[in-house]
Design a protein around this ligand. Structure first.
Ligand code: HEC
Ligand code: HEC
Length: 399
């Protein structure tokens, strides 16, 4: 009898542990019910769009002596509508280039967009996926589409809802893969080095942590996996960003004052006046809102929303002076933060100085003594408690 009871207990224990393990060890990660187009189809769409553009452009050239060559080019470009192996693909691209190079640089540029510049290394993708599953999946989703365990659970330091980046293009308005801080305003994707730097450093004020301990090889593998999620990467290459050296007299009173005037004129429409404690405006982005099952939600206002940065109240995503310069010059892709390159470099540095001042940096005065940064920073920089919403955030700032 005693042994019978013990064996019953043991049986229950083993069952209990197994069930607990199955439930806890394997959380029910969501897969999206919205299907991404098959990889091949996205590639075909991209190819078709470029071929159509080529056909439209080539019609502009009516000189009879060109027609033989141009017809041959048209015949060849139509071959590029179908996914081809790299060497064959690029041979066709070169042949077309030879035919049209002295006719139009636009034609050359279009056909160059169909050259295969990168192909996933499957071994590396496998290693990268493992790292991704361990380190990134909880926020960036099982399929890399940003459908995380709890999409509405991610919030900024100010308590606003934020979604992780979608690496598939599924939730982007135009189906593109766009990085806010690693690509140019109009561009998509970004240079490998810029994206890796971003993963290393993270984005302050958001849940996106930095991963400074990852080895170069591991970062390369993760990037390889991320890039394998959208075929447009195959046709894409860009130069890495050049971050300028900040001027030595960056943090001076004169620059801060000039910056403040520029800011009032050009930036306060969205960023408002942080020195008066005014909350910035919330703005739509290029990505759709979605629910826990990955279905696009939001009715008449289907786009994810982000507030313009609340300088002095929340950390800059990337706070180095040269990063702030780059953001003002290039804008933030996928958002309403447009590029301001036309203001000129000196004015942009003045704006950087003012923003650093709002962020609490010491300013050099004529006497050489540092003056403390803006009041708003010092008084109100306490981290907003979790769960705070946009509404009680504006209450904060009025108090
Ligand atoms: C705790 C949640 C979380 C984890 C874990 C996480 N991320 Fe993120 N990530 C985010 C959020 C949120 C954003 C969006 C920030 C924004 O829009 O400002 C983001 C943005 C990004 C971006 C886009 C940057 C840009 O310029 O738009 C990249 C690239 C990225 N993450 C890569 C990774 C990689 C790789 C890992 C794993 C090694 C990872 N993330 C882990 C939450 C996370
Ligand atoms: C039409 C609205 C709008 C205007 C005008 C605007 N911004 Fe922005 N700005 C935004 C939004 C929205 C964000 C946040 C984007 C995000 O993080 O997703 C932002 C973010 C920023 C950031 C944050 C970078 C970081 O690392 O955190 C800086 C710096 C910035 N803006 C500077 C400026 C300056 C300087 C001007 C004027 C020359 C300006 N903005 C005008 C909408 C605007």
């Amino acid at each position: 009898m005693k042994w019978f009871l013990i064996s019953v207990l043991i049986t229950f224990f083993v069952f209990g542990v197994t069930i607990a393990y199955l439930r806890v060890g394997k959380p029910a990660y969501k897969k999206s019910e919205v299907r991404v187009k098959p990889y091949d189809e996205i590639e075909r769409d991209w190819r078709a769009s470029q071929v159509t553009e080529f056909e439209r452009e080539i019609k502009k050239f009516e000189e009879p002596e060109l027609q033989g060559r141009l017809n041959r080019a048209l015949e060849l470009v139509r071959k590029l509508k179908e996914p081809l192996p790299k060497n064959e693909n690029d041979r066709v691209v070169d042949e077309i280039k030879n035919l049209v190079s002295d006719v139009s640089s636009d034609l050359v540029n279009i056909v160059e967009r169909l050259r295969i510049r990168w192909e996933p290394n499957l071994q590396k993708v496998k290693v990268g996926k493992e790292l991704y599953d361990n380190l990134c999946m909880t926020c960036h989703g099982v399929e890399g589409d940003s459908l995380s365990v709890t999409p509405e659970g991610l919030r900024t330091d100010l308590g606003d809802v934020i979604y992780a980046r979608d690496f598939t293009g599924k939730y982007h308005r135009d189906g593109k893969v766009v990085f806010k801080f690693a690509s140019d305003f109009t561009g998509e994707m970004g240079a490998d080095e810029d994206i890796k730097l971003l993963i290393r450093e993270g984005l302050a004020g958001t849940p996106m942590p930095g991963f400074p301990y990852l080895k170069e090889q591991e970062l390369d593998a993760i990037l390889e996996y991320i890039k394998s999620l959208n075929p447009r990467w195959k046709f894409f290459s860009t130069n890495r960003r050049i971050y300028p050296e900040p001027p030595e007299d960056l943090l001076t009173q004169t620059r801060v004052e000039n910056g403040r005037e520029l800011f009032k004129t050009f930036c306060s429409a969205c960023h408002r006046n942080p020195e008066e404690g005014e909350s910035p405006l919330a703005q739509p982005t290029a990505w759709y809102k979605f629910d826990k099952d990955g279905r696009i939600t939001g009715g008449d206002s289907p786009f994810q929303v982000v507030s313009a940065r609340y300088f002095g109240k929340e950390p800059l995503r990337r706070g180095k002076p040269e990063y702030i310069f780059a953001v003002i010059k290039n804008g933030i892709a996928g958002t309403t933060m447009t590029p301001w390159a036309h203001l000129g470099e000196e004015n942009i540095w003045n704006l950087v100085a003012y923003i650093l001042y709002l962020d609490g940096k010491k300013i050099q005065t004529a006497g050489g003594e540092g003056e403390k940064g803006a009041k708003v920073h010092v008084e109100n920089h306490d981290k907003v408690e979790e769960g705070n919403t946009m509404e009680n955030r504006s209450d904060d700032s009025q108090s």
